[in-house]
Write a protein that binds this ligand. Structure first.
Ligand SMILES: Cc1cc2nc3c(=O)[nH]c(=O)nc-3n(C[C@H](O)[C@H](O)[C@H](O)COP(=O)(O)OP(=O)(O)OC[C@H]3O[C@@H](n4cnc5c(N)ncnc54)[C@H](O)[C@@H]3O)c2cc1C
Length: 404
C-alpha cells in the first residue's frame, strides 16, 4: 500500500471516531453555520476543536503556526474524506482563507506566530476593512488615515459593507499612511483589535431584515505599529494579493455545487438530478419529461457549464500546486462561478414557479422560503470581492494584456 493510501485509511478511522454525527448531515448546497455566529452549536464547536487540535482546519499550513503540516496531496485526501462523510472542514473564515495565506507569504515570523495559530484554532474572528463610502471598485481611493505616533498608528475614518464586523474580534484594514503620495503608493495594510477604544460598529439593516454588513467608524483608534504587515506605504500589493485569495475563495474554486467538497463529479450530477426532480414536481410534464422545452435546455446547459467549470478549476488547481498559488486567473474563476451561480439560482426560481415567491409565513415549505433567500443572496456574489465588471477589467488587462 502506498503512503497516501495508508494516510487515507488513517484519516477514515480518525473521522469515524471524531466527527460528530450532526456534522456529517449537511444537505446538498447547505453551508455549515459560520463559526463566530450566534447559531454556532456545541457539536460544531467540538468538531472545530478536534480538527484544530490536529491542524486540520488549515491542513497545509506549517505545524508551528497551527496548521497540519500536510502536503497538498495529503490535504486533498483529507478534504475528499471529509466530503465523503458529508461534513466540511470547520472554521472556514476570512482568517483561514484570506488573511492567513497573506500572512504566510508576507508576514514576519513574529506576526505569523502571533496571529496564525488563533486563526487556525478558530479563536479570533476577522473582518475585512477595505471598502469605504467613496472607495469600492475604486478601492485605492480610500481615505481612512493612519498617522504614526511612537510605536502606534492612530486611525481615523470609516469603512462600509464590512461583513460580520459585529461578530468580529479583529480587522485587517487598508489605511492611507501618505496622503501626498500617488493613489496606490500611500496605502498600508494593518491589523488591529476591533474592541479598541474609538471603534464604533453599526449594523446596516438589509431589505431581508438581516444585518450581514456593518459600517465601522474609527476615531483615534490605536493600532500597534508592529501589526503593520509588510512595509509602510507598500500595502497596495498586499491588498491585491489578498483579493486574489478572496476571489479564489468566492469562486470556490467555489460557488455552486462543484466547489465546496470532494467527489465533485458525483456531486454535480446529484445536484442537477435534484434540480430536475424538483422542476418535475413543480412544472407540467409531458411523457415524463418537463413540458417546458426552454427550461429543459437551460437546465442542461447549466449542468454542462458547471461540469466544464469544475474541470477547469481542477486543472488550475493542479497548476497552482506547482506554482505560486492563485494569480489573475482568480478573477476569471470569480467572474464565471458567480455568474453561473446566479443563473443556477434563477433557474431554480423558474422551476418553483409561484412557490418561489414566499418570504415567510404559511403556504410555503421551508426549502421554498430558503430558496428565495438563496436567490437574493446570489446577487451579492458578483459584487463582493470586486464586481463582475471589475473582474472583466482585470482579465482584459492582466490576463489578455489588452491596453487600458
Ligand atoms: C455580500 C457582500 C459582502 C461584502 N463584504 C465586504 C467586506 O467584508 N469588506 C469590505 O471591505 N467590503 C465588502 N463588500 C463591498 C464590496 O467589496 C463592494 O461592494 C464592491 O467592491 C463594489 O464597490 P461599490 O459597492 O462601492 O460599487 P461601485 O464601485 O460604486 O460600483 C458601482 C457599479 O459600477 C461598476 N463599475 C465601477 N467601476 C467600474 C469600472 N472601472 N469599469 C466598469 N464598471 C465599473 C461596478 O461594477 C458596479 O456595477 C461586500 C459586498 C457584498 C455585496
Amino acid at each position: 500500500m502506498d503512503s497516501l493510501e495508508s494516510f487515507r485509511q488513517e484519516i477514515q478511522s480518525w473521522l469515524e471516531q471524531n466527527c460528530p454525527v450532526s456534522q456529517r448531515q449537511l444537505r446538498e448546497g447547505e453551508e455549515a453555520v459560520p463559526w463566530g455566529s450566534p447559531q454556532f452549536g456545541e457539536e460544531a464547536q467540538q468538531w472545530l476543536d478536534r480538527c484544530a487540535a490536529k491542524g486540520f482546519t488549515c491542513p497545509s499550513w506549517p505545524k508551528e503556526y497551527g496548521g497540519g503540516g500536510l502536503s497538498k496531496e495529503q490535504e486533498r485526501v483529507l478534504r475528499q474524506e471529509i466530503g465523503t462523510i458529508g461534513a466540511q472542514v470547520p472554521g472556514g473564515s476570512f482568517g483561514t482563507h484570506m488573511l492567513g495565506p497573506v500572512l504566510l507569504e508576507l508576514g514576519s515570523h513574529e506576526q505569523k506566530l502571533r496571529f496564525l495559530p488563533d486563526i487556525a484554532a478558530g479563536r479570533t474572528v476577522w473582518a475585512q476593512g477595505y471598502s469605504e463610502p467613496g472607495a469600492g471598485s475604486d478601492l485605492a481611493g480610500l481615505q481612512t488615515r493612519a498617522v504614526r505616533n511612537g510605536d502606534e498608528y492612530v486611525i481615523n475614518g470609516s469603512k462600509i459593507w464590512t461583513t460580520g464586523a459585529n461578530n468580529a474580534d479583529w480587522m485587517f484594514c487598508l489605511v492611507r499612511t501618505d496622503p501626498e503620495a500617488a493613489k496606490h503608493d500611500g496605502i498600508s495594510f494593518i491589523l488591529f483589535n476591533l474592541k479598541s477604544p474609538g471603534v464604533t460598529i453599526s449594523p446596516i439593516e438589509l431589505i431581508s431584515g438581516a444585518s450581514e454588513f456593518c459600517e465601522v467608524f474609527f476615531e483615534d483608534v490605536r493600532a500597534k505599529a508592529e501589526n503593520l504587515i509588510g512595509e509602510k506605504n507598500k500595502g497596495w500589493a498586499i491588498a491585491k494579493r489578498l483579493l486574489q485569495f478572496e476571489r479564489t475563495m468566492i469562486s470556490g474554486f467555489g460557488a455552486g455545487p462543484g466547489g465546496k467538497r470532494s467527489g465533485k463529479k458525483k456531486r454535480v450530477a446529484k445536484v442537477y438530478r435534484a434540480m430536475a426532480d424538483m422542476a418535475l414536481q413543480y412544472q407540467p410534464q409531458k411523457d415524463g419529461k418537463l413540458a417546458n422545452v426552454t427550461l429543459r435546455d437551460q437546465l442542461t446547459q447549466n449542468e454542462m457549464d458547471t461540469i466544464c467549470f469544475t474541470l477547469s478549476t481542477k486543472r488550475a488547481g493542479e497548476e497552482a500546486k506547482a506554482g505560486a498559488g492563485p494569480g489573475h486567473t482568480a478573477s476569471m474563476f470569480k467572474w464565471y462561478a458567480t455568474e453561473l451561480n446566479k443563473r443556477r439560482q434563477e433557474l431554480i426560481m423558474t422551476s418553483l414557479g409561484s412557490k418561489a415567491l414566499g418570504w415567510e409565513g404559511e403556504g410555503f415549505e421551508p426549502h421554498e422560503l430558503a430558496q428565495t433567500r438563496a436567490w437574493l443572496r446570489s446577487k451579492g456574489n458578483s459584487i463582493e470581492g470586486g464586481t463582475s465588471e471589475v473582474q472583466m477589467n482585470v482579465i482584459a488587462k492582466r490576463v489578455l494584456g489588452l491596453p487600458d
